[in-house]
Design a protein around this ligand. Structure first.
Ligand code: AMP
Length: 618
């Protein structure tokens, strides 16, 4: 029976609500759907333009947001306000990306901690979730414009190696963009689906998915049986891709034409023109043997053989990763039944040939490698819509389950739509010295503040032995068994004390109530995100004040009175804005306090190290 719905904004009747598939990529993103007539997956595009939307966000001087091709134009001229590769920042802390900080031309707030990163553009601070939500919002709007119908539901893909935090960040970005994210699907799984792999329940296969994009490479080994995909191993290099090929070509040309690298550093426009020509040369050589062009009166040439020798080592690196992925999966090349190629750079003949040679088999390249992941996401969306009855749908949790943390925030441990049975665990610690108990409040729902969610249970973990704040390690685990019963256990790992509780999350909850909780969460996503950001900024500010005050009282004798005074002034200023609700102002003052304390903190650290070294020599 087909479902008929009413489009509330237009009052018109509509067929089953559309669920789109979204490939939220590092370089490019796109949307696909199952075509209502042909029943085949198609990527959405406006008239004859490309289906790809560059994953680039530009903020103008009034903080207006521009996404896509238009934003890309500002990459060179306004690097500080033009954000690319936001996907690389999802779920990451400052410490995680430190070694690659040169890669990002925009300002990433670096306070040398394990807090999640923020990006500063103009006077505003953005989380990677917000940045990704801008891209998703643009995709949603484009899809609505092309399909002439509201788009509220989506399946979004993520790399197989994304951890829980990165997956949750992607869900949150979807929610913030006004999308109900029905499922987060692994990119290699989606790509396999696009080739029809896994759609037949009887099929048992082992698949390698080789994904070489503009800036990243990964390879995944998957096993399908009974229509269920399992990722057995992944490997790759998150800083290897087509861009490196372009750079190798630029380096080759500037040597050949004896251009000093200094000139390119100064003349950013020339450098950019070289890069664009290099990419054009590479793409041309995917279908011909010679490239000839002209740049500022210079004749630029490149042959296919030259290109191959320039990129050979890069291709070899990807093959090394394939070897490691097979090793981790405990498989040999002959165990692989199918090889699926994903990403624009797999169009390069040397790449295709090398992978094919390595696996000793023809590789799948029939589907457009830029679109294959989104097309697979559309197939997954169609399965979830119940249109493909051959595929098994698994039991899932309809609402997220989590805990209350500092400031009344919801910390999700098991996201909605997780397959059951499932389990998840996270570590927490105490806030006060000698704290002996911890209250654990379990909530269900999609809102950022627990007060808007449904409380399922509460209990106290008591008898934590006296320790300074931050030292106890309390692991809280959620386990949902096949009957949908949730067991929450809290265990202090140093002392071993533990307590647990059982609840039935679905008890007394109607389908209408679940639906309302979902629609409310999407309708309030923006306010919720703001409330969360303010609470997090306040917590960060309060903690910074506390640690700075502790530091000063401990090291008073080593600081000048001017240092103490300027720090105290910055603390007072921060304290004052903590009473307000302007998160950007709070972050600005956090930055200022950090700037003031950094020099003397480093000085004292150096002298402490020097003392320790001296101690060792004696
Ligand atoms: P993706 O990140 O999957 O969108 O891949 C983008 C990368 O694919 C960029 O480095 C492009 O230069 C590269 N690419 C796109 N088309 C071709 C082509 N015809 N031949 C070689 N590389 C290509």
């Amino acid at each position: 029976m087909a479902k008929i719905g009413i489009n509330l904004s237009t009052g018109s009747l509509q067929q089953e609500e559309i669920i789109v598939g979204i490939d939220l990529g590092t370089t490019n993103s796109l949307v696909a759907i199952i075509h209502p007539e042909s029943k085949k997956p198609v990527a959405l595009r406006e008239h004859n333009s490309s289906s790809l939307v560059p994953s680039v966000i530009y903020f103008d001087q009034y903080d207006n947001v521009v996404v896509g091709e238009e934003a890309k134009k500002h990459l060179i001229t306004e690097p500080y306000n033009t954000i690319f590769s936001a996907k690389r920042l999802m779920g990451k802390s400052y410490n995680d990306i430190e070694t690659h900080s040169d890669f990002f031309a925009y300002k990433i707030i670096d306070d040398n901690t394990d807090r999640l990163v923020k990006v500063q553009a103009g006077t505003k601070f953005y989380s990677p979730i917000e940045l990704s939500s801008f891209i998703l919002k643009e995709l949603k709007q484009r899809a609505e414009h092309i399909l002439k119908t509201p788009v509220n539901k989506a399946v979004i893909t993520v790399p197989a190696y994304f951890n829980d935090a990165q997956r949750q960040a992607t869900r949150d970005a979807g929610k913030l963009a006004g999308l109900d994210v029905l499922r987060i699907v692994n990119e290699p799984t989606a790509a396999s689906l696009a080739y029809g792999l896994g759609l037949n329940k009887e099929e048992e296969k082992t698949i390698a998915v080789y994904d070489l994009g503009g800036g990243t490479f990964d390879v995944s080994v998957l096993k399908i049986s009974n229509g269920i995909f399992e990722v057995i191993s992944t490997n790759g290099d998150t800083y290897l891709g087509g861009d490196d090929m372009d750079n190798a070509i630029v380096t080759f040309w500037i040597r050949k034409y004896e251009i000093s690298p200094e000139i390119l550093k100064e003349d950013r426009m020339l450098a950019q023109s070289f890069r664009l020509k290099a990419e054009e040369a590479k793409k041309t050589l995917s279908s011909t043997d010679n490239y000839v062009s002209e740049l500022r009166g210079m004749e630029l040439t490149l042959t296919k053989d030259e290109l191959n020798s320039l990129i050979q080592s890069l291709v070899d690196k990807t093959i090394e990763c394939c070897i490691l992925a097979l090793k981790d999966a405990d498989l040999s090349v002959t165990d692989i039944d199918e090889i699926v190629m994903v990403g624009g750079s797999t169009r390069v003949p040397l790449v295709k040939d090398s992978v094919s040679k390595f696996f000793g088999k023809q590789v799948h390249t029939e589907v457009n490698p830029d679109e294959v992941v989104a097309l697979g996401a559309a197939i997954q969306a169609d399965i979830l819509a119940g249109n493909n009855r051959d595929v098994l749908l698994l039991d899932i949790t309809p609402l997220s389950l989590g805990l209350e943390t500092m400031g009344g925030l919801m910390d999700v441990l098991i996201p909605r739509n997780s397959k059951i049975p499932t389990k998840a665990a996270r570590q927490y610690t105490t806030q006060k010295d000698g704290q002996a108990g911890m209250r654990i409040s379990v909530y269900q729902g999609e809102r950022d503040l627990v007060k808007d969610n449904r409380k399922l249970a509460e209990f106290n973990l008591t008898g934590i032995p006296g320790m300074p704040a931050g030292i106890p390690k309390v692991e809280i685990s959620f386990l949902i068994n096949a009957d949908g019963i949730l067991v929450v256990t809290a265990k202090e790992l140093r002392s071993g004390i533990q307590q647990s509780i059982e609840v039935k999350p679905q008890y007394g909850l109607t389908d209408e109530e679940v639906e309302k909780m979902l629609t409310d969460s999407i309708a309030n996503a923006k306010q919720d995100m703001i409330a969360r950001a303010v609470t997090e900024a306040k917590t960060e500010g309060e903690q910074l004040i506390q640690t700075t005050e502790n530091f000063i009282s401990k090291n008073k004798n080593f600081l000048t009175s001017a240092e103490i005074e300027s720090t105290q002034n910055a603390i007072n200023a921060l304290q004052q804005v903590l009473n307000g609700t302007d998160k950007d102002l709070i972050h600005t003052h956090i930055e200022q306090l950090n700037e003031i304390s950094r020099p003397y903190a480093e000085r004292l650290m150096d002298s402490a190290i020097a003392m320790a070294m001296k101690g060792k020599q004696v």
